[in-house]
Design a protein around this ligand. Structure first.
Ligand code: ZN
Length: 134
């Protein structure tokens, strides 16, 4: 894995949390994007080499809404950038980690992504991401 690409934070409302993080980080949100397949609206901030991704549910039955209902707002996942997502998925699978998707899927910010089940990673939801070069 190359680096922590971003940290995902579940929030109830981007409208409330974007200005808060703009003040906190002293940098403007540079991008918002809806990922329909994940039922999330996202907002991104750059902080040095790493980004902060705020995640807001687009619907009551979405995964972010379910997370907030269970655990409240807060850190949702850690995303590691990888050079070759297919190879890394293969490696982690062999090591016994549970992949939440068997093939890389399109995530926010022009990435191919794969999530690892938290039951196999000390309860931390891990995202692998690779720049989508196509
Ligand atoms: Zn993410």
């Amino acid at each position: 894995m190359l680096r922590v690409e971003h940290i995902g934070i579940a929030v109830k409302s981007l409208q409330d949390s974007v200005p808060l993080f703009e003040k906190l980080l002293n940098t403007p949100c540079y991008k918002t994007e809806t990922v329909e397949s994940e039922a999330v609206n996202t907002a991104f901030f750059r902080q040095g080499e790493t980004k902060i991704e705020l995640l807001e549910s687009t619907k009551p039955e979405g995964v972010i809404q379910a997370f907030i209902a269970k655990k409240g707002e807060g850190i949702h996942h850690l995303a590691f950038e990888v050079e070759d997502i297919a190879a890394e998925m293969e490696r982690l699978k062999k090591e016994g980690f549970v992949l939440l998707n068997e093939t890389p899927k399109k995530g926010a910010d022009n990435k191919l992504v794969c999530f690892l089940h938290p039951k196999s990673t000390n309860a931390v939801l891990i995202e692998l991401c690779q720049e989508n070069r196509r």
